[in-house]
Design a protein around this ligand. Structure first.
Ligand code: SF4
Ligand code: SF4
Length: 163
């Protein structure tokens, strides 16, 4: 990876390793969410509602996908985040590095690329109330009605949040 690539190159110029390194593993994008679009077909960020219910492959204790490398064999509709589809994914949380860089913002201060220390990053993410580990439940066996009762407010889409 090139030094400080996130601030020196556009997202479209990143290589595979750099692109992957932007994910801080918060797991928020694996939560079930209700998304509304405006009249232009764009995501209305103010109307996105996250639940604490995750995709079946999530390990809710660790907050990591149990089969990340082969996930699309198990969950075909797991979205592969790319430069092409990022503009349609503004339902991502405001702390997500992809969304932040796309919007011309900085990496969140806890990001591993900045701290270079996984323990520090995890502590700071917890302090910032970011991440699904230990506070999500699996979608397995859950009815649509039960899921609708599990809307949460700890995933933020508000771009005025500072990280
Ligand atoms: S929300 Fe963004 S940073 Fe968090 S797991 Fe998803 S892609 Fe990675
Ligand atoms: S398959 Fe894995 S990465 Fe994809 S949504 Fe499910 S838990 Fe997340």
């Amino acid at each position: 990876m090139r030094p400080n690539f996130w601030s020196r190159f556009a997202l479209s110029e990143l290589n595979h390793s750099e692109w992957e390194a932007l994910c801080d593993g918060c797991g928020s994008c694996c939560l079930i969410k209700y998304i509304d679009e405006d009249e232009n077909g764009d995501v209305d960020e103010e109307l996105v509602e996250y639940t604490d219910v995750t995709c079946q492959l999530m390990d809710c204790t660790t907050g990591y996908c149990q089969h990340y490398d082969t996930r699309q064999e198990h969950v075909p509709d797991c979205i592969q985040l790319t430069m092409d589809n990022l503009p349609q994914m503004m339902w991502l949380p405001s702390h997500c590095a992809y969304k932040r860089l796309y919007k011309g913002q900085n990496l969140p201060s806890w990001h591993l690329l900045l701290t270079q220390d996984a323990v520090v990053t995890q502590q700071q993410m917890r302090a910032a109330n970011v991440g699904v580990a230990g506070r999500c439940v699996s979608e397995t066996g859950m009815s649509d009605e039960a899921m609708e009762e599990r809307v949460i407010s700890w995933v933020k889409l508000d771009n005025t949040e500072s990280y």
